[in-house]
Design a protein around this ligand. Structure first.
Ligand code: ATP
Ligand code: MG
Length: 434
């Protein structure tokens, strides 16, 4: 049996990762509706990654979904590495549960989407999941032996946002990774909190935005003076952060006061403002939800104690928009290798049908993710423009001219000069992701 396993892996890789452009259902567009003012959404719409349903409501098409899945894969690996266990909770929410914590009332939480049940009563569409996960864990945590626990999910959240002008960076329906930690006490919680900060830095590093994403002090709550946001410096971001010269201290403008700075031995003149996008937010919740929802455990000595909680969010779909804003250029999208939907955009020029199909098959067999622009009715110029617009990291061109030298042409999306390579040189350069 063991010899068959690599074949099975290869098969999954082949069927999911490579695609002929003529079979891909999305199209590219020269222009998008003037209503769409955000650059990330304009480019993603033009490149056929997303479809706009309504203001602040977007569908992810195959290309967009692949990017989201690649972002999720990186986050999942890092959350698993700190001991997270993945679950998937419900979108529909129980009104009574949220009444217990006083968050059902739309005056308390103004972003609810609520709906009437045909059988009578009301449900809500989850804007976040503290209440249901805390209530659920009362059935899974009883003793100190059940702690700590770290549970996360990738889930669609619904928020009735007032503004929806930032494309996929702020939507009314969006994909979030939310993790919740359940610890015995503050000390155990803090250890995990610090570990998660490191894991978050790794995530942003792997997404190619590590050098411009900063842990930022933001307003806290009853159980902690601050929460921590992860802010990516980005002109299209909706937040303003203040950074000192060596970027070792970053504050959200909401906590940027003389008193707070004094605690850090700093003063306002040491800092400069920057526009930023919040791509993550972590919070020490303490007993805020565990107490009203009765999440307790018994200690070794058989005493009852309340579970100490934390929550850790990452805006998965927002990250996709942020990456567009940061990396795209005048020709279109640019993706980091780690998140790109394909590694190679393959084009044949002239009478090379046989050779280009052969190369497509060879790359596919090697596990390289290829989008082969096999469209018979598209001109070479259109194919080259699409290769740029889609932002695939490498473009490979097979032409009569290159074949005459026994070579193919490789160009990096971000580079200007193509290289002529033999096929084996090309294979050596291509990364296999799956
Ligand atoms: P913001 O301050 O941007 O409104 P938030 O503080 O309400 O966000 P959290 O509840 O902490 O956000 O959610 C976790 C993460 O989800 C955020 O850090 C952000 O990256 C992302 N996020 C929040 N709201 C949206 C939205 N409307 N559309 C897309 N992503 C969002
Ligand atoms: Mg925020």
């Amino acid at each position: 049996m063991w010899v068959r396993l690599p074949l099975a892996i290869q098969f999954i890789c082949d069927t999911m990762s490579c695609m002929k452009r003529s079979e891909l259902f999305t199209k590219t567009f020269k222009n998008v509706s003037g209503e769409e003012t955000s650059r990330n959404a304009q480019l993603l719409l033009r490149a056929g990654y997303i479809h706009k349903e309504l203001a602040g409501v977007y569908t992810y098409l195959p290309l967009g979904l692949k990017v989201l899945e690649n972002i999720k894969k990186i986050i999942r690996e890092e959350m698993n590495a700190v001991g997270g266990q993945e679950a998937l909770m419900t979108t529909l929410q129980n009104k009574e549960l949220w009444e217990t914590t006083n968050r059902w009332d739309s005056k308390k939480m103004d972003i609810w989407f609520k709906t009437d049940l045909a059988a009578g009563g009301q449900l809500g569409l989850a804007p976040t999941h503290e209440e249901p996960i805390t209530a659920m864990m009362t059935q899974h945590i009883a003793s100190y032996k059940d702690l700590p626990r770290y549970v996360y999910q990738f889930q669609t959240k619904f928020r009735n946002e007032l503004r929806a002008k930032s494309g996929v960076m702020r939507t009314r329906e969006f994909l979030m990774k939310d993790m919740y930690s359940f610890s015995k006490d503050k000390a155990q919680h803090e250890e995990f909190y610090e570990k998660t900060i490191k894991a978050y830095h790794k995530v942003y590093e792997r997404l190619g935005i590590g050098d411009i994403t900063y842990k930022t002090f933001a307003s806290g709550g009853v159980f902690s003076k601050y929460s921590h946001e992860f802010q990516t410096i980005c002109p299209a971001g909706e937040d303003v952060v203040y950074m000192n010269k060596d970027h070792s201290l970053v504050f959200n403008e909401e906590v940027f006061t003389d008193d707070i700075l004094a605690e850090f031995g700093a003063k306002k003149t040491d800092f400069a403002p920057e526009k930023a996008a919040e791509v993550g937010n972590i919070f020490s919740l303490g007993f805020k939800y565990a107490e009203p929802l009765g999440l307790e455990y018994s200690t070794k000595e058989d005493a009852k104690k309340t579970v100490y909680m934390g929550c850790y969010g990452i805006g998965v779909s927002r990250l996709m928009g942020v990456m567009v804003e940061i990396f795209a250029d005048e020709k279109g999208l640019v993706w980091a290798d780690n998140v790109a939907p394909f590694q190679v955009y393959l084009v044949g020029i002239g009478d090379v049908d046989k050779e280009v199909v052969e190369l497509y098959d060879e790359l596919t067999k090697k596990g390289v993710e290829v989008l082969f622009d096999d469209r018979a009715d598209a001109r070479t110029g259109e194919k080259m423009a699409d290769a740029d617009l889609l932002g695939v990291p490498y473009r490979v061109v097979v032409s009569e001219k290159s074949l005459a030298e026994g070579k193919v042409e490789l160009k990096k999306r971000t580079g200007s000069t193509p290289q002529l390579l033999t096929k084996s040189q090309l294979f050596d350069k291509m990364k296999v992701r799956c």
